[in-house]
Design a protein around this ligand. Structure first.
Ligand SMILES: [Zn+2]
Length: 351
């Protein structure tokens, strides 16, 4: 595989790319880390924990750069232009290793982790820090986690292991207890919106995107770039058709079972919950203001009690999906259940 040049690496997905700058809402976390570094009290293993899309990777990269850059400023930030910074950004710095699974949903393997621990055990090529960034840490299987334990117990001098995790609870307690944890929550809404406005094209709706991303700004940006919004529109078009006794649940399940199902089920659940609130005549919409007209059309067609039961079914579906349930069958069941939900107001016809 061709290694991208430094210039390309800096341009790649600018919000998560290598940058000496933490994100605006990370200033306090950054300053705390910089202060500990000045005091010579950086831990050997740091667990950056927080939801998807809050910028854990960006903060970890800024810290890695700061440690590797010989020209870091008084504020602790890397210079971003020296050979060490450029090598780090290009993935060719000999004292830096980034460990990621080799594909979505794949584990971090014991071989990958061994490569990292060997790197940390040798002396730094450039005489400074050695840094390993491991993300997502919960992708380590048990063998991999065990392989990491020895390094966590006897870290080499001047080495830093950065573990990033959206689900720190899934890490073995043996790993968690040997790391210092830094929680990175979702930023305040105003800070997130201010930043998003600067990243998005004019026609985009930052508030809607941020809502759909559950308040995580980088996840909102991903939504704006990817096909997720189109999938959401398609989902609700189909759900309205099914509610009217039209549409094709089996074909939809076939189309979507390889899509981003956690997101799809989440939007469905949010929309259905809004529908329940509409029925109760209360509450602000959480599924996005653009869905209001559609939900307004569906609200008179559904019975509140049955909708409540269906919401629980959806929640169960989300959990079953985490347990690796058969995605297509699960989707079929839920889509047929949704159609059934509206069947009574269509005259009690069964599908
Ligand atoms: Zn530098």
């Amino acid at each position: 595989m061709r290694v991208p040049s430094a210039a390309e690496a800096w341009d790649l997905r600018p919000e998560e790319a290598w940058s000496p700058e933490p994100l605006p809402w990370q200033e306090a976390a950054w300053e705390a880390l910089a202060a500990r570094r000045r005091a010579g009290r950086l831990p050997h293993a740091l667990l950056l924990a927080g939801p998807h899309g809050v910028g854990k990777g960006r903060l970890a990269r800024a810290l890695a750069l700061a440690l590797l850059c010989p020209g870091a400023g008084a504020d602790g930030r890397a210079c971003g232009v020296c050979p060490a910074c450029r090598q780090a950004a290009a993935g060719s710095h000999p004292d830096l290793l980034v460990l990621e699974p080799e594909g979505r949903g794949r584990p971090l393997t014991v071989d990958q982790v061994r490569g990292a621990t060997e790197r940390l055990a040798t002396t730094a090529q450039y005489g400074g820090w050695r840094v390993v960034l491991l993300a997502p840490a919960e992708a380590m299987n048990l063998h991999a986690a065990n392989a990491l334990l020895k390094t966590l117990e006897e870290p080499g001098e001047g080495s830093l292991l950065l573990l990033l995790s959206e689900a720190p609870g899934r890490l073995p307690a043996t790993v968690r207890s040997r790391c210092q944890r830094l929680d990175l929550p979702r930023p305040p809404r105003e800070a997130a919106l201010a930043w998003l406005r600067g990243q998005l094209p004019n026609e985009a709706d930052p508030a809607l995107l941020l809502d759909l991303a559950g308040g995580a700004p980088l996840a909102a940006l991903e939504l704006a770039r990817g096909e997720a919004l189109a999938l959401r529109r398609e989902l609700w078009r189909e759900l309205e058709a099914l509610a009217r006794g039209e549409g094709d649940a089996l074909a939809a399940a076939e189309r979507w079972h390889r899509a981003d199902l956690p997101a799809l089920l989440r939007w469905w659940w949010l929309g259905a919950a809004d529908l329940a609130r509409l029925r109760a005549g209360a509450g602000a919409p959480r599924a996005g203001a653009d869905l209001r007209p559609l939900l307004g059309r569906l609200a008179p067609l559904v019975e509140a009690r049955r909708l409540h039961d269906f919401l629980q079914e959806l929640a169960r579906g989300r959990r079953r999906l985490e347990g690796q349930a058969n995605a297509r069958l699960l989707l079929e069941e839920l889509l047929l259940g949704w159609r059934e939900l509206f069947a009574q107001t269509r005259g009690g016809r069964s599908p």
